[in-house]
Design a protein around this ligand. Structure first.
Ligand code: 6PG
Length: 251
């Protein structure tokens, strides 16, 4: 994949700084080219300090927040004020502290009575706000992703039907390993993005990273994160040395 940039930093702090710089650069380029910056954020613990970093000097003004449209790549089946809500985490660490317009923040409705219907409506919202790219699908300027030790990304888990979804842009499905429903971007929507940034840190991710970055597509495809291959965009796979430990990639 020649549109994949693998970046390894000597420690987590440096990886976070590089991630923050990439977000700012991509955001400024998008606003200069198209007048807005469309992004989808991820949950999980890894991006907390990245979100915090974006709110602090010297990065306070590096992202043109006034022109940002903020979406979420996945969500738990909980209300927006629940401690497990991705929206709540991002709101507290980032959105409450930057001059983003409230009407430009689009939480996934994790507490909707009909989560399947809500996923379809969220896809429509994306189509309304995010311009289509060459593939005809909405092409986010940036989708931020994390990865679990089992290779899941967004809420696309190994062995679930979400892996094979080819029609829907957003779906809700039951994840057996969690015993809960999750709403998630699907691979076609993720792969249509202009830029995808994986931020993966820690030795507990090293085995999955080794597979996902395998030169053998059949090995990489065994894990959901290995199926993230942008059609026309760029994939940044950013790690610390812990996560890169089982690969030949070094800082
Ligand atoms: C979520 C995610 C998920 C996450 C991974 C990694 O909402 O939980 O979007 O895909 O990125 O589980 O999570 P950690 O950063 O906590 O390891």
């Amino acid at each position: 994949m020649n549109n994949r940039k693998i970046l390894v930093e000597p420690n987590v702090e440096r990886a976070l700084q590089t991630a923050a710089d990439l977000v700012a650069t991509i955001a400024c380029e998008a606003v200069a080219a198209r007048g807005q910056f469309t992004m989808a954020l991820s949950g999980g613990t890894t991006p907390h300090p990245l979100y915090e970093l974006l709110t602090k000097p010297p990065r306070t003004d590096t992202v043109p927040w006034q022109d940002a449209q903020v979406f979420f790549g996945d969500e738990r089946d909980v209300p927006a004020d629940h401690p497990d809500s991705n929206y709540r985490m991002v709101q507290q660490t980032l959105l409450d502290r930057v001059p983003v317009r409230l009407e430009h923040v689009h939480p996934m409705p994790g507490d909707a009575a009909d989560l399947d219907q809500a996923a379809g409506q969220y896809a429509e919202l994306i189509i309304d706000h995010v311009a289509a790219g060459p593939s005809g699908l909405p092409a986010f300027d940036l989708i931020l992703l994390g990865m679990g030790g089992d290779g899941h990304t967004a809420s696309i888990f190994p062995g679930t039907p979400a892996l094979e979804e080819s029609r829907k842009l957003v779906m809700t499905h039951f994840v057996p390993v969690l015993g809960r429903k999750r709403m998630t971007f699907t691979l076609p929507l993720i792969n249509a993005a202009r830029n995808i940034l994986f931020l993966v840190t820690g030795v507990d991710k090293a085995e999955a990273v080794e597979k996902v970055l395998s030169e053998n597509p059949a090995v990489a495809s065994e894990l959901p994160a290995g199926r993230v291959r942008p059609t026309d965009g760029t994939l940044f796979f950013l790690m610390d040395t812990g996560a890169a430990r089982k690969t030949n990639y070094r800082p």
